[in-house]
Ligand binder design. Structure first.
Ligand code: CAA
Length: 240
């Protein structure tokens, strides 16, 4: 029986590319999504990958959602915590709600999904958790105290959980993407984005598939000696 992987936010953008890359590796993939039903349906029609709707920021919904995936597809060996949102704004204009939602979903989602799956991985002696951080969690970004804090938290979370999983065959790693050609980046005002792209040494935005390659490596059998690591895939924008 092939290993089962969950990709949160797995039907769009970087998550879609990750779902496809894991499917290509022979894994059985469950793509979680939070809201866009139409896109999720189109994704299943195109790929044959099953989709499951829940809010990763909701602790109980993650426990229930993972139980439903395990029931439908089998025990969960691989989790890719990719779901994330932005609520950009300078601190002076950022509401508590903008802060809280980003922490709840981006960082809380990693905790909730790991809580739901780590015990099973430990019992079976094998697991892969990959958390999608960000260049902006490493370097900070004007207008993103919420997002930068959550993503930076993800990098710390990764190194802590990696230590807990190591003796049980569970690796926990992170990818720190730079600016990737997705809806999230397209939402950055054009004039601002132009200045950001001008600072990327390779001279372009990244592609979602370029992030998915890194995730696929972390999730492979051969990746078993790599844990607590962060792979920066950012076109040289921040060499860290
Ligand atoms: N450094 C210094 N000053 C800056 C700055 C920067 N990076 N960006 C803007 N400013 C300055 C502006 O020059 C302006 O100054 P003046 O008032 O003196 O002209 C002032 O800050 C206000 O700027 P804006 O007009 O842009 O202010 P705003 O309130 O309309 O918007 C903002 C602020 C929402 C932060 C907007 O600048 C923005 O969207 N920035 C992009 C943030 C970003 O990169 N988000 C990444 C999203 S994608 C992602 O997060 C994925 C990933 O992991 C990489």
């Amino acid at each position: 029986m092939s290993r089962v992987a969950i990709v949160t936010g797995g039907t769009r953008g970087i998550g879609e590319a990750i779902s496809l890359a894991l499917q290509e590796m022979g894994y059985t993939v469950a793509a979680n999504y939070g809201g866009n039903e139409e896109k999720a349906k189109a994704f299943t029609d195109k790929t044959g990958i099953a989709t499951f709707k829940w809010d990763v920021g909701d602790h109980q919904a993650c426990l229930d959602g993972c139980a439903a995936v395990a029931q439908a597809l089998g025990p969960i060996d691989i989790v890719v915590n990719n779901a994330g949102i932005t609520r950009d704004g300078v601190l002076a204009k950022m509401s508590f709600d903008d802060w809280n939602e980003v922490m709840r979903i981006n960082l809380g989602g990693c905790f909730n999904m790991s809580k739901a799956t780590f015990g099973g991985m430990r019992e079976r002696g094998w697991g892969r958790i990959v958390n999608i951080g960000s260049i902006n969690g490493q370097a900070g970004q004007y207008g993103q105290v919420n997002y930068a804090a959550a993503k930076s938290g993800i990098h710390g979370f990764t190194k802590a959980l990696a230590q807990e999983g190591a003796k049980s065959g569970i690796t926990v790693n992170a990818i720190a993407p730079g600016y990737i050609d997705t809806d999230m980046v397209a939402a950055v005002p054009a004039a601002v984005l132009e200045k950001i792209v001008a600072k990327i040494p390779v001279g372009r935005l990244g592609q979602a598939s370029e992030i998915a390659r890194g995730v696929a490596f972390f999730c492979s059998e051969e990746g078993g000696f790599v844990t607590g690591s962060t792979l920066s895939i950012n076109g040289g924008q921040h060499m860290y």
